[in-house]
Design a protein around this ligand. Sequence first.
Ligand code: GLU
Length: 270
Amino acid sequence: MFQKTCYRIVVKVGTSTITHDNGSMNLKKMDELVRVLSDLHGYGHEVILVTSGAIGIGVRKLSLPERPKELPMKQAAAAVGQCSMMHTYDTLFGEYNQLVGQILLTDGDVDDPSRREHLSNTFEALLKTNVIPVVNENDSVSSAEIETGQHKVLGDNDTLSSIVAALCKADLLVLISDIDGLYDSDPKTNKDAKLIPEVRELSDEILNMAGGAGSAFGTGGMTTKLSAARIAMSAGCDMVITNGARMSDLYDIVEGKPVGTRFIGKKENG
Ligand code: GLU
């Protein structure tokens, strides 16, 4: 008899994919994403969505002239934006008869053994009841920026999504981005830059492509994606970087077809 293969999949989407340049939600994009995820869930896969966007959407909703620099205002924007973003996800998933539940996390929730266990149980309970958990960092209470002293957004959802993938023992993590994958040099400046289809080892050569000296495109995006790859791979989870311009590529990715860059998770016997 035909045996279906169903996976536990974590999909991470960034602010630039689900919003327009002016910060308003890109409903077309969000709907495409929601439709594919609902369909994958309908097939039998277990799906977890990690989504950014709270701060960007909040800035727009509050009519702030620009993204605030000070932490309390960023946290206030996140509080407003998260509400709005979640309402939209709930409505769009509802169109496909798909239930969702919101999970907001801080570092402490995964570091503390007892909170970690509760969190893991909550994910299991949601997945068992056919709910798609929708996850973001709890930006309004998170102090990641203060703790690390780095002037970036509070945390970063690339890393967060890999922590969620490891916690939930996912088979696959997909990072939806605005680039096609990992290139051997900067595709913006080098027209001969080649996409790397598969990575089995995070060698120095690979790490240098993302952020090493001489890499013009390493700062920010690709560096956090490679730290996410390290966490996912050691948890035995494959990770794929793909371009959000084609949401339907998610079907091929789940089937193991070559799309973007696939980082192969360490398997127990090999
Ligand atoms: N959690 C932040 C937000 O929702 C974004 C973090 C990131 O983009 O990595 O706005």
